[in-house]
Design a protein around this ligand. Sequence first.
Ligand SMILES: CC(=O)N[C@H]1[C@@H](OP(=O)(O)OP(=O)(O)OC[C@H]2O[C@@H](n3ccc(=O)[nH]c3=O)[C@H](O)[C@@H]2O)O[C@H](CO)[C@@H](O)[C@@H]1O
Ligand SMILES: C=C(OP(=O)(O)O)C(=O)O
Length: 436
Amino acid sequence: MEKIIVRGGRQLNGTVKVEGAKNAVLPVIAASIIASEGKSVLHEVPALADVVTINEVLRNINAEVGFENNTVTVDASGDIKTEAPFEFVRKMRASVLVLGPLLARYGHAKVAMPGGCAIGSRPIDQHLKGFEAMGAKVNVGNGFVEVNADGRLKGAKIYMDVPSVGATENIMMAAALADGKTILENCAKEPEIVDLANFLNKMGAKIVGAGTETIRITGVDKLKGAEHTIIPDRIEAGTFMVAAAITKGNVLVKGAEAEHLRSLVSKMQEMGVIIEEEEDGLRVIGPNHLKAVDIKTQPHPGFPTDMQSQIMALMLSAKGTSVITETVFENRFMHVEEFRRMNAKMKIEGRSVIIEGPSDLQGAEVAATDLRAGAALILAGLVADGYTRVTELKHLDRGYVDFADKLAQLGADIERINDNPASEQETAEDSVQATS
Ligand SMILES: CC(=O)N[C@H]1[C@@H](OP(=O)(O)OP(=O)(O)OC[C@H]2O[C@@H](n3ccc(=O)[nH]c3=O)[C@H](O)[C@@H]2O)O[C@H](CO)[C@@H](O)[C@@H]1O
Ligand SMILES: C=C(OP(=O)(O)O)C(=O)O
């Protein structure tokens, strides 16, 4: 089994460079199949398991995809199939992002219905509501969702009940080729949505307002391949910011965009962490004593749910009572049990976790329950007494490139091992099941 073994007690110092954002690159790669002409060239693509999966989804529907030296090329000018097989959606929920592009270009798309996962039920009703408003017929049955349009989709006024990131993206992509104007209200405002809109506009789309509550899309007849550089990963950046703070270190997180990280920066400063904006990133200096704070996760620009477990690791080292409330996903506290194995003093009350700090953390064998939980347990391991062994790394690999190596370069006592190479085949088969 593959494990990351970390021994606590080392201070982290130096520079770490942030990769391109997972949550930007997945919709951008999905969007590239909308182009009926030309090739898309995408730079700063992180070598993540999820990127391999979305590339496989595209190859499977006949797009030509290359991936070398952090550059992905996609040529979708040939005959593209409109059905994405079950194995990919099971492996990665973001596979549903091919629905919008396929529906817009071909008037038909079919993918396996994504189920719930380790962090909540994660329905796609808002995606489907948007497609229906544009004239598509939706059929859900036998584990699949199928959408059909009689001719071109029609621009519409759509109000989303929740500001869903994926629904905003899927509807925006579908509307880019619709007949007429779409006004999408109560949109998610995440920076990754702005990145997708910028890419679509380079392809010839007419989208304004991405990053605000209302996005206006004027449909065009066709889109062409374009060249684009993916924005830096604010969640990976945030994870390294916590690593610096928790070890009382001094780390320059190169590529971290202050503008994308306001809520995290503000909360970490409230905890006593020094954060300085430098020309090429954020310098994070951990204090000797961290203060307890209260945090509520919210859609952007609120505190990101994808940083909830990592900031929880930092709260464990803070003096006093901290409360963290999860409002985005209904079941994103699986890591609490794992932290408890490390002697963390915390309890779940409804949608909140109450942490009595500082905890006297002890190394233990723990499992990554989802990708951010994996990172958070490693962060706790950086300051725990003795050895922490983190398993279920297939989750971590969906969202972090060389996480252990990058921490080791900053001075952590950490290594990734495979203590039973004979079972490698088994691990590869297991990873097909990985969703989070
Ligand atoms: C690949 C990607 O970008 N993943 C991110 C994306 O996921 P994803 O796009 O799946 O997340 P959403 O923003 O859609 O989900 C937010 C909330 O809306 C609910 N909902 C969503 C869609 C829908 O049709 N109906 C509905 O009720 C979900 O159950 C959840 O409670 O945004 C999440 C919220 O910031 C992040 O945690 C994920 O890392
Ligand atoms: C929940 C996450 O991703 P996904 O939506 O891809 O599962 C995440 O990145 O923390």
